[in-house]
Design a protein around this ligand. Structure first.
Ligand code: HEC
Ligand code: HEC
Length: 170
């Protein structure tokens, strides 16, 4: 009985250890921006800029390095940063999102707003986790539903991209 209780306590601890975020300053668990800053930031200033300048899409969905022409996951496995497969997957997801959002913003918003980052930095802010107009106080999610020919399916992409671009975004 006693042994069994010990065993289940050990199992519980093992499960908790797996579920808990990795300790230390580089919590790869879930935050690709921190991961990028820690492992790539020394040589590449900003994940968004890197995606914009150095990544392209081949065959519709395939993210590749512009210079190497290589699949980005393959490229990263042999590049600086000593990433694990899980960390590569995390960064590839981030880059894919950034390339998608960038393309959409360029197509629908850039003609009036220039770059998403500039719009976010100059005019937007986060209040209680909500994206708002810095000077207008307007709720951007509600506003965008009727602005810039945004389709309902695209709304989360624009919202997330602008939210991420607000300075001080965690
Ligand atoms: C020690 C510096 C250094 C670090 C750290 C580093 N890189 Fe690079 N990276 C480079 C250099 C140098 C190039 C090639 C640039 C050139 O040729 O102009 C490059 C190129 C790239 C490219 C372009 C590939 C292409 O085919 O065009 C990508 C994408 C990239 N790095 C992503 C990353 C990511 C993600 C990380 C972090 C995991 C990272 N790098 C860490 C130095 C670094
Ligand atoms: C034809 C020009 C035009 C296009 C295209 C356009 N906007 Fe705007 N946008 C404006 C103008 C003008 C304002 C200011 C309106 C106001 O304050 O009433 C504005 C305001 C905004 C605001 C609110 C800023 C604040 O201070 O409250 C956001 C956010 C925004 N636009 C995002 C977008 C996004 C995202 C797209 C693309 C999907 C887009 N806009 C497309 C002209 C445009």
């Amino acid at each position: 009985m006693q042994a069994r209780r010990h065993l289940s306590a050990a199992l519980l601890l093992a499960v908790l250890a797996v579920l808990a975020p990795a300790p230390g300053p580089v919590s790869a668990a879930g935050d690709p921006h921190r991961l990028f800053e820690a492992r790539c930031g020394r040589c590449h200033a900003h994940a968004g800029g890197l995606a914009r300048e150095r990544l392209g899409v081949a065959a519709g969905t395939h993210l590749v390095g512009r210079q190497s022409g290589e699949d980005i996951a393959v490229f990263l496995a042999g590049h600086y940063g000593r990433l694990t497969d899980a960390e590569i997957a995390l960064l590839v997801d981030l880059f894919r999102f950034q390339v998608l959002a960038e393309g959409k913003f360029r197509a629908k918003c850039a003609i009036c707003h220039g770059r998403a980052r500039d719009l976010a930095r100059a005019f937007l802010a986060l209040r209680d986790g909500r994206l708002v107009g810095r000077y207008t106080g307007r709720d951007v999610a509600g506003f965008l539903a009727g602005h810039g020919r945004v389709e309902p399916a695209e709304l989360p992409v624009f919202l997330e991209a602008l939210t991420r671009a607000v300075p001080g975004d965690p």
